[in-house]
Design a protein around this ligand. Sequence first.
Ligand code: ADP
Length: 618
Amino acid sequence: MRVIRGLARILIACLFAGLSRECVAADGPQQRSVLVLEEADFRSPFYSEIFAGIRTAAKQNGKSNTVIYGESLDLARFPGPDYELSLVGHLKTKYAQRPIDVIVSIGVASAKFLQKRKQDIWPAAPVVYGFVPDLPETRALFLPDTTAVFARVRPTHLLTAARAIVPDLTRVVLVGEAWKNPLVYGHWKQDFAAAMPDLEVIDLSGAVLREVRSRVASLPDRSAILTSAMYSDGEGTYYAPASALARVAESANRPIIITSDTFLGRSGVGGFLLLPEIIGREAGEVAMRILDGEAPSSIAPFSGDNVRPIFDWRQLKRWNVDEANLPPGSEVRFRQPTFWEQYYWHSAIIAGVVLVQALMITILLRERRLRFMAEVEARQRMSELAHMNRRATAGEMSVSLAHELNQPLAAILINAETAQQILQSPAPDLGEIRDILNHIRRDDQRAAEVIGRLRSFLKRDPTERSELDLNATVGEVFRFLSVQALTHDVELVMQPSSADIRVKGDKIQLQQAILNLVVNGMEAVAHLPDERRRVVGRTSLTEGNLALVSIADKGDGILAEKVAEIFKPFFTTKAQGMGIGLSIAHTIVQAHGGRIWAENVPSGGVVFHVSLPLAAPR
Ligand code: ADP
């Protein structure tokens, strides 16, 4: 019941208000209508962008109830009074039931049309003129109750752009019929003369496209082509301005200055460009102000910010233009990013990976070097220790050495005395003396051998690998220690293998390892009863291409829990022991790719085994 009463009240109010449009939309916000009157076809890029700009302004105004109508007058392509009259009839009929709240007129031709025809079609609608130059001739077209946003590329703008591209410019070529339009570039003669009195101008604005193409194909240096929009070529052929420009550019041999950003990227180098979207937005914003209640007469016509210097980077490169020469505030479009800009992240990631890799390689190399140095140092230490160990052994052996030397020396002395006595006889037996001298020589050689053996044993040689006869190598050690064994009353027995066993290695080092084992064996049995004072050495071949040296004694053996420890450096159970003999033997054997281990023998004593790879595997 209450709803019906409310509706009745609105109806009565509307009747009193004379059925105004507010009442038609009484249940929603008031609908407002804008008519965009474009001088050309608004399906062309330039005019469609203007239309899009007006739409944006309406949307930004935030009042979604604005309806925008659009009409393309297309007067350039369809000139003549008959068409104009038919347009009037058509528009009158079309908009009879569609009141227009504001007209946005785009272009000079549209302004002219409104001047003559508005009264007939939309007598009450206020007008915003857009895309018109600020010239007395255009201002003269404005009707009362109107305002305007100016947009214009001045002739001097084209000249400034041309001089930025061709610094030593002497000649310009005018292309496009707008050069003849007094309301567009009509003042170019005066403007050019004021800016460059000596400038030569070739005016092709009235020429047909064919002729323009052939003329611009062979222009001299120091010239530039200044284009304005070209809709027809005077022969009745109509073009879309962008495609006309593209055809001119195809044959032109000099840079082309253009006037709209819709031409940019189509071979024009750039210039002071009209920005149609902004032209539309500026005119649309003024239209919105009028719709919001401002009187057009209270908005003074003003120049928009719709022309800006913009250039095509690719064309600048083609004509070798230094960007520093461009007019201040120039924008450069289509800039191709440098390799670094284009692949910044790829490059950064790759560089990072390479860096990390390089770092890791450096760390690895450093570690390898440190390890190598540590190895060298360890080897040096080992060799020093080994040397020490040999000297200690030699020291211990000094008694037996003296004994070994004494024997030949004593023999030499006896032989020499005997020879002296023989020589004192009246008829010395020379044959006997020769024998004696031979003995002396042999004994001397024996003494020299003892000294030589000791010397080579004590030498601090770098490792020397050669092929060795294992039986002979071990046998020498036993001979070397024979005197010491005698002194300690220990029996040394060597049982070489019947097979010829050859290994590769450093003779002195291997002998030192064996010697340490034999000396240990002798020490282990020295205090025991006679029948146990015996150390036996054996060589043999085993499975798997290995040579085996075993040194066995009949001592007390090694405590089971110490078997693993005896090869550690400085492990000793002896009061005078250094604990380095076995550790050196272990290091030497390992360095030869072999193995050393000890086994307690159940019947008493220890056997030390050294296995070594054969020089030539069988
Ligand atoms: P050192 O002889 O100066 O003690 P080694 O490294 O030659 O140093 O020997 C380490 C230890 O191994 C000895 O102190 C001893 O306890 C044990 N050992 C070595 N050889 C034998 C062996 N034939 N019988 C019993 N114990 C041994």
